[in-house]
Ligand binder design. Structure first.
Ligand SMILES: [Fe+2]
Length: 307
């Protein structure tokens, strides 16, 4: 991995900042790492090393403001920006420090209407474990749901085919899995990876631009996913789907909603693809299995509820 490394941050809109901060800190078990003069609250997952990955902002409407992928270094950032511009995509530079502990970000809008950023620098604050002879976990890993990392996003918007070209041809992603529409031709949903993960980002074709389906948090085991479900129930969190297993990616999952109706996922598993793997295809008739393998159910909420 020498170009785009991973999803590094996402900024989410919430109705009530303090209620949401409590939810993400006490129920989700994220670590609060700062607040800025725009009123944003910054979090990271316990095992992440960079200063922040999940940022919330108070707004009238829920949803996603933008997301950012970390790239290897500033030379990579400059090259990818030049490649985007040569492809005809306009970019703007967000100043270093505009987000806490984060360097310059190259911002652009995807054909699906989502604001995406690339950046090379974010302060490393560590995961609370020493770099020499660390233990396997610490107190932060046992607080609330306590996911390991922000893993991926699933986003809804129009023209996912144009997104696919940008991710494959400029950003170095490969297509791991896809769902074909009823006509057997049109790619209705795409799972893309820039790493060894089964997906780093996914898109579903949808008429409204810029929509969030979910941000996903990685758990270490199926048992931890079930424990997340226990914690959701104890705290009366609205659950959408699961615990179950996706056929697509083989991830084991629970979908639920934060207090503002933003869906999130706690998941584990999935296989590790390589860039030379042939893309896995799901036809529309088997999409219910792709979504929920044991129940074979095309949950209405999966296709219709986004923020
Ligand atoms: Fe997911």
């Amino acid at each position: 991995m020498t170009g785009v490394l991973r999803p590094g941050h996402v900024q989410i809109r919430v109705f009530d900042l303090e209620e949401s901060a409590r939810f993400y800190r006490d129920v989700m078990g994220l670590v609060e790492t700062g607040r800025d003069n725009q009123g944003r609250v910054y979090f990271k997952c316990w095992d992440e090393r960079d200063h922040n990955s999940y940022i919330i902002r108070q707004a009238e409407e829920a949803g996603i403001d933008f997301f950012g992928f970390k790239v290897l270094d500033t030379a990579t950032l400059d090259k990818l920006e030049a490649d985007l511009n040569a492809y005809g995509i306009e970019t703007t530079r967000m100043a270093a420090g505009e987000m806490l502990e984060t360097g310059e970000r190259v911002r652009f809008t995807l054909p699906t209407g989502h604001v995406m950023e690339l950046y090379a620098e974010k302060s490393s604050v560590g995961n609370g474990l020493p770099n020499a002879n660390p233990g396997p976990w610490n107190g932060a890993s046992e607080q609330g749901i306590a996911p390991v990392r922000l893993d991926h996003m699933l986003l809804y918007g129009p023209n996912v085919a144009a997104n696919k070209k940008i991710f494959e041809e400029i950003l170095g992603f490969f297509l791991v899995e896809r769902v074909l529409a009823e006509d057997g031709q049109f790619e209705a949903a795409l799972w893309l990876s820039c790493s060894h993960k089964v997906h780093d980002i996914a898109f579903v074709e949808h008429p409204e631009p810029g929509k969030l389906h979910h941000c996903s948090f990685l758990m270490e085991s199926w048992e931890k996913v079930l424990r997340a479900g226990d914690i959701m129930s104890m705290n009366e969190v609205s659950v959408d789907i699961g615990p179950t297993r996706h056929g697509i990616t083989r991830g084991c999952t629970i979908y639920a909603w934060d207090p503002s109706g933003n869906r999130f996922e706690t998941f584990m598993g999935g296989y590790q693809p390589y860039p030379d793997y042939e893309t896995i295809t799901w036809d529309w008739d088997h999409f219910p299995q792709g979504l929920d393998y044991p129940q074979r159910k095309l949950h209405e909420s999966f296709l219709t509820i986004v923020t």
